[in-house]
Design a protein around this ligand. Sequence first.
Ligand SMILES: [Zn+2]
Ligand SMILES: [Zn+2]
Length: 330
Amino acid sequence: MLATRLFGVGDIQTVEVPMPEPGPGEILIQVEAAGICGTDRHLFKGEFPSVPGKTLGHEFSGIVVDNGGAEIAVGTRVTCDPNKWCGTCDQCRRGRVNLCPNNMATGIGRDGGFAEYCAFQASMAHVLPAGLDPLHGAFCEPLACTLHGMDIGDARPGERVLVIGGGVIGLLAVQLAKLSGGEVMLLTRSAAKQALGKKLGADLVAGSEAEAREKWPNGADLVVECAGVAETVAMSPDLTRAGGRVVVLGVLPAGAQVPIEPFDMLFREIQMHFSFMNPFTHGRAARMIADGVIEVSQLISRKISLPEAAGAIAEPALAGEVRAIVVPGM
Ligand SMILES: [Zn+2]
Ligand SMILES: [Zn+2]
């Protein structure tokens, strides 16, 4: 079968590999869709620790073709929570599974979804309906990460929520904030993403920090930083009202430093939080995708085949692109 593997920093190729053989507790999935995420490009560039020779792809869904004796029936569509925590370390034992130092992520530490088939632990698969658009399953993982961040942010009805960044996470955050009953502004420089944000429920859009401040002079109750850029993290407390919260979901390069003013944040009692991965939120994400309460079809910028996947990961995302989805059956 074909798989897109990272052989080393800067060396990604789609190659012929043996069919994966499911181990104990594993099922075999025929991959229908796998999203290309910023993390895949970080891995390619060596900005994120990787294991040479592994198949990338951690945002995927597909059909169970061998259930390995697990309860889940052959033919079932599933989405895969790529993280597998150890369950025995100090963090796992206090329920902080996303902080498990022994976490093994499918598509990073073990072979993932940029392949025709993937062997995957049955315990981390979540069922999706047979009638769902197969491409939609690839959005469960980013939605699960966004849900964790929004849980931390705890937006309440009537609050003002400023989402910074018009990528997948930002556009999912806009929708979740609207579902929470918030008044939502999307801050992104991209006019195309502003337009998309409006379609997906943003009440207001802004193209700059100044424009956001002009629209909400007192700031937002909750700022959700989804851009992963030093400047936008730095502006987040400034755009938060006194007593408000910031949640950072965006991933900055390791070592990046951001100037913040503790004096201001203390006197205005700004709570600043960081949100990492998807602890126990994948099931909720799967249900929301299954129910169609989150619009994802407009987040699909292009569909690409497995042979094209290596090149697509090696290159930066296209201008205005939200999500490129690898479709192995294409
Ligand atoms: Zn990702
Ligand atoms: Zn652990």
